[in-house]
Design a protein around this ligand. Structure first.
Ligand SMILES: CC(=O)SCCNC(=O)CCNC(=O)[C@H](O)C(C)(C)COP(=O)(O)OP(=O)(O)OC[C@H]1O[C@@H](n2cnc3c(N)ncnc32)[C@H](O)[C@@H]1OP(=O)(O)O
Ligand SMILES: CC(C)C(=O)C(=O)O
Length: 556
């Protein structure tokens, strides 16, 4: 089998919703929804190896720490493990007062009964019941007409109401999901939900949750938003209902669908951390939350140490988070390419620490989510001077002057091309050391003596050259001019820079000299020493040695 030349013979296009006066496109998200994590249920049911009780508890505690207040903890009628987990949470007092646990059940009497047993003694709980309502499921799974499917939901709602009345010690919240909502005729979705509301009789003080799942994502996100807006307009007792979104990511637009669904009037979002869940996953709560944060709206969830959260999630799910995953992936704050690095470096220099975040290419300040700036810039053959300069500044306090940045980036480029690999800051520093600081042939500084009188400097210098000690003497208006006068060859100093590395008694001086030998292209030298004059002499000899070497190479 191959792809069809005419896929319309096999796949149906989604029908648009007739809602020409839709209002969601001109809205923005200004309020944070109620967050509900489904990691321990929808996420767990999709794992190759579902979590054991210890992992479930660790995950639960992480969700609590992050600040999630509603947590779907299990499908207690599915297995003894899930049942026992709910019991453990309740009996061992793991549920903080401001956190509500939620459990899922099919709309079947025996399963609902077992579900209520699992919740005995809970302070507060959400009982979540579902049955599929879409035409194909009515036909294929239930072999029922619409009335039959409404009856499944209504009977379950009644059973839930009865059992809840028998356990008055618990504060109950009821939730109903017309599963496959997105493929259900909207009028019918409203009909089923209205029938359930008829049984539960919610009030504005005691709301129920209607959860409208994109069980399988089948359309563009605007269609989901239209469906949500249409539903919100037509459901009865809107003031007594919390509209909840539950999206999956089959088309890769779960986050977009949820955001548009919020614009369309939803109050609550179910999802999983980092988008775990059936098939392509549930919507990623972390991305949603941090999308809000980067619009200036605090999501009420705390990802200040996002890597610690990721570690728990990866260990519990036994699934890795992709390196490109929004906000948390290993590479998402990293720029390899030259122009990005250049802009980021300039952005960091100009960023007002108390101002609006404006560093190019970084939608969030990595520090806000516990990331260091270390990984922001990494150097490979696509990188330019900006990245190299940034790493040397950040890691070693070395600030190369602009023309030296250009010169050294060509050296690095040659090395990355040769290696075909990324270079670390350490490797770049080693290359700088080899290329400039160890450029000590033919002339290596042994010692120097400087005398200064009335603005005139006299320098006596000893250098080692091919195993021989040479003595030079020169006079000039400053130490550097004196040294230039002492050299056995004529050079022109084109540029000079210096700065301190570090501070206090450990501070060193870095000196950079750009120099030209007669008829040659200018080249740089670098000197680093505790003493500034020594650093500048080393820089001059480094530049001279490199220039002589280059002249020899040209002549050869
Ligand atoms: C979109 C979602 O994620 S929904 C949640 C899905 N999660 C899970 O299913 C995980 C946990 N589930 C399980 O472990 C099992 O399904 C159990 C233990 C709950 C039930 O197992 P079983 O009794 O073997 O039933 P099974 O799940 O195969 O369901 C099949 C029967 O239930 C019916 N059914 C399925 N879903 C529902 C529902 N929501 N409400 C009522 N009946 C349902 C089917 O029509 C079918 O009926 P039939 O046997 O008369 O044809
Ligand atoms: C039970 C429902 C809400 C569900 O998980 C889904 O439709 O994806």
């Amino acid at each position: 089998m191959t792809m069809l030349t005419d896929p319309s013979s096999k796949y149906r296009a989604f029908q648009p919703v007739d809602i020409p006066d839709r209002t969601w496109p001109s809205k923005t998200i200004t309020e944070v929804p109620v967050w509900c994590s489904s990691d321990l249920r929808d996420g767990n049911q999709s794992l190759i190896e579902p979590m054991d009780p210890a992992k479930k508890l660790r995950f639960f505690q992480t969700l609590v720490k992050v600040g999630v207040k509603q947590i779907e903890v299990a499908f207690p009628s599915a297995s003894q493990t899930d049942f026992d987990f709910v019991r453990t949470l309740i009996e061992d007092g793991h549920i903080p007062d401001d956190v509500t646990i939620q459990v899922l059940t099919q709309a079947r009497d025996d399963l609902i009964t077992r579900t209520f047993e699992s919740l005995r003694g809970a302070k507060r709980a959400i009982v979540h019941v579902y049955n599929a309502t879409a035409p194909s499921f009515r036909r294929i799974v239930f072999n029922q007409d619409k009335a039959g499917v409404v009856a499944i939901a209504v009977n379950a709602a009644k059973r839930i109401r009865e059992l809840a009345a028998q356990q008055p010690e618990t504060e109950w919240i009821f939730q109903y999901s017309p599963e496959i909502f997105t493929s259900t005729e909207l009028e019918f979705a409203v009909e089923v939900c209205d029938a359930v509301l008829g049984v539960w009789q919610p009030t504005p003080e005691h709301k129920v949750i209607l959860n409208l799942p994109a069980t399988v994502e089948v359309a563009t996100p605007n269609i989901y938003a239209d469906q949500i807006e249409w539903f919100c307009r037509h459901i009865s007792r809107r003031d007594s209902v919390l509209i909840s979104l539950h999206t999956h990511n089959d088309r890769g637009t779960g986050v977009a669908a949820t955001e548009l669904g919020l614009l369309a009037g939803a109050d609550r979002v179910e999802g999983c951390l980092f988008g775990n869940g059936e098939r392509t996953g549930n919507v990623d709560l972390v991305t949603l939350a941090l999308n809000m944060y980067t619009q200036g709206l605090h999501p009420g969830l705390d990802f200040s140490d996002i890597d610690a959260v990721r570690k728990v999630v990866e260990e519990c799910n036994q699934l890795p988070v992709h390196p490109r995953h929004p906000y948390v992936g290993d590479l998402v704050h990293t720029a390899f390419s030259g122009s990005h690095q250049d802009a980021i470096r300039k952005g960091f220099v100009q960023q007002d620490p108390n101002g609006i975040w404006e560093v190019p290419y970084l939608p969030i300040d990595p520090a806000d989510i516990g990331r260091s700036y270390e990984a922001v810039i990494r150097v490979n053959s696509q990188s330019g001077k900006g990245g190299i300069t940034y790493l040397l500044e950040q890691e070693y306090g070395i600030s190369l002057p602009r023309r030296l940045q250009i010169e050294f980036s060509q050296v690095v480029q040659g090395e990355t091309d040769r290696l075909g690999l990324e270079m670390t800051a350490l490797q770049i520093h080693e290359l700088l050391d080899r290329e400039y600081l160890q450029a000590t042939t033919p002339y290596a500084l042994i010692r120097h003596r400087l005398q200064e009188e009335n603005g005139t400097s006299a320098v006596d210098i000893e250098v080692l050259s091919h195993g021989e000690t040479l003595h030079w003497r020169g006079i000039g208006k400053g130490p550097l001019e004196a040294l230039v006068a002492a050299l056995p060859v004529q050079v022109e100093v084109m540029d000079y820079h210096e700065h301190a590395i570090g501070s206090g008694t450990n501070a060193k001086a870095a000196a950079y000299i750009e120099l030209r030998l007669d008829g040659q292209r200018p080249l740089h030298g670098i000197g680093i020493d505790e003493n500034l004059t020594t650093a500048s002499f080393r820089a001059l000899l480094s530049a001279l040695n490199r220039a002589l070497r280059s002249a020899d190479e040209q002549a050869a």
